[in-house]
Design a protein around this ligand. Structure first.
Ligand SMILES: [Zn+2]
Length: 338
């Protein structure tokens, strides 16, 4: 899917990227405007089709554009090549659900217009849908941002840092944590490593099993160009890369040259506030998806609301996760719903 990388590239040149965290940058859409724009299902369907089928309607099975609209109760389109019926939801994270597209419009709106993301309980109450349906929708919106890998390599300079979600070790310096835990996340906590490109202000983060050097270097290599300057704290974990410059917080320097970590730390603090404030019962099995979603939202936060919504819909197209995976978790162990 080329939409997301193209969009990130466009944002890099067109958007004023140095604004304070938490500030609402783009122009918004009022709820009343949204109701006027999407008063019924057909309006929502046309919008989704325009975003997901950017080059015209194609069969999600084999990509044929030889399609038509026969009369069918649920599936409005049919492929003449493979004879299958489909809709704009087929082959996306919205597949296998009978939730009207107009509901998705409002769920996405609530999600992108709240800084700390929206909880499933808020969707449940706000849209008048069951709690189960709300969780289903929320999880699928989240999946849209979990692309399973980096969209673009950051050119840098980049800042790299790690943090832990859950538990009480948040005030301990990263070096001390590493000494005490031998690179493993403390019991009950989950290690997350993140990278931020100083030029574009874009971030990527990932839940990791440990913070050993090999894990962290691999993460940096996955997200930053090999010749990108990498700023970290006082550790030498990333010194295998060609251009490494550490920021030594331990010797009392907050800034050494351009090596200021505050940007990454402000991202961590937003992540933690949202984690504590909105998602009280977030299962560790779903944390990677939540972290990916949070990064995705961060990376489009300078766009106005309509563009953020369009970006989300585009990311939902072509991304799919079955209910089995969501309900059962990666190790095949049943997890509590959240
Ligand atoms: Zn087909």
């Amino acid at each position: 899917m080329s939409y997301v990388p193209n969009m990130l590239k466009a944002m890099k040149t067109n958007v004023n990227i140095h604004k304070a965290a938490g500030k609402s940058h783009g122009s918004g859409i009022s709820l009343l405007e949204l109701v006027t724009k999407f008063p019924y299902e057909d309006a929502a369907r046309r919008r989704f089709e325009a975003i997901i089928w950017t080059d015209g309607r194609v069969c999600p099975n084999r990509g044929s554009d030889d399609t038509h609209e026969p009369t069918h109760a649920k599936m409005p389109c049919r492929c003449r090549a493979c004879k299958r019926y489909f809709s704009v939801k087929t082959g996306t994270v919205m597949a296998q659900s009978s939730i009207p597209l107009v509901n998705w419009v409002y769920a996405i709106y609530l999600d992108v217009s709240s800084l700390k993301r929206v909880s499933s309980m808020k969707l449940h109450r706000g849209l008048g849908i069951t709690a189960m349906t709300a969780r289903f929708m929320q999880q699928r919106i989240r999946v849209a941002f979990d692309a399973g890998g980096p969209q673009v390599l950051f050119e840098g300079p980049v800042e790299v840092d790690e943090t832990y979600l859950g538990g009480k070790a948040k005030n301990m310096h990263a070096n001390k944590r590493r000494e005490k835990t031998h690179g493993r996340a403390p019991v009950g906590k989950t290690a997350v490593v993140g990278v931020k490109d100083r030029e574009t202000n874009k971030v990527a983060a990932k839940v990791v099993e440990n913070v050993h050097a090999a894990t962290l270097v691999e993460f940096v290599d996955d997200h930053a160009e090999i010749d990108a300057t990498v700023y970290t704290d006082g550790s030498t974990l990333y010194s295998g890369r060609s251009a490494h410059e550490a920021v030594h917080h331990s010797v009392g320097e907050n800034v050494r040259g351009k090596g200021n970590r505050n940007d990454v730390e402000s991202f961590w603090s937003m992540l933690k506030r949202a984690h504590q404030g909105t998602f009280h019962r977030l299962s560790a099995n779903h944390l990677h998806r939540y972290v990916a979603e949070f990064c995705g939202h961060h990376n489009i936060r300078d766009l106005d609301t309509a563009k953020r919504m369009a970006h989300t819909v585009a990311a939902m197209g072509g991304r799919r996760l079955t209910y089995d995976v969501l309900a059962v978790g990666p190790e095949g162990v049943a997890v509590e719903p959240w």
